[in-house]
Design a protein around this ligand. Structure first.
Ligand SMILES: [Cu+2]
Length: 142
């Protein structure tokens, strides 16, 4: 009687193992395929996008970070104010900003605000915070 029970238990265990293997394997393959598909779609989206290049410069109480960036002409550069005060991005020289006068936020922007400018002309464009002119940086467009 005990032998029959043991045999049934053993058969049951084998059945459970087979069920586990058969049930688990195709699911894992499907998940992998789905992941590959979605990563391919992601690549296609990136390659086919016509979004212009964008650079972000953070402005903190220590200054502009990164302080100097090299970009392709046509790149939009966004300055994000993470400092404790207002940020007035303006092109050199202070206080006239006359070399590239359109590169000028023309007002102080509070913390959390941002200012964007698209560099269409090649050149080394120096800038500063008009409210704290010692804080400066440069964008090299080429
Ligand atoms: Cu200025």
């Amino acid at each position: 009687m005990n032998k029959i029970l043991l045999l049934l238990l053993a058969l049951g265990s084998i059945g459970a193992i087979l069920y586990f293997i058969n049930g688990e394997t195709p699911e894992t393959q499907n998940e992998q395929e789905q992941r590959e598909e979605s990563s391919l779609n992601g690549e296609e989206a990136t390659l086919s996008s016509d979004v212009p290049p964008q650079i972000i410069i953070r402005y903190t109480d220590q200054g502009y970070e990164p302080n100097s960036v090299r970009v392709a002409t046509g790149t939009e550069v966004t300055f994000v104010n993470e400092s404790s005060g207002s940020m007035w991005v303006a092109s050199a020289p202070h206080p006239t900003h006359h070399i590239l006068p359109e590169f000028d936020a023309r007002m102080g922007l509070p913390q959390g605000e941002q200012y964007s400018f698209t560099f269409t002309q090649s050149g080394t464009w120096q800038y500063h915070d008009h409210l704290r002119p010692q804080m400066n940086g440069e964008v090299i467009a080429e």
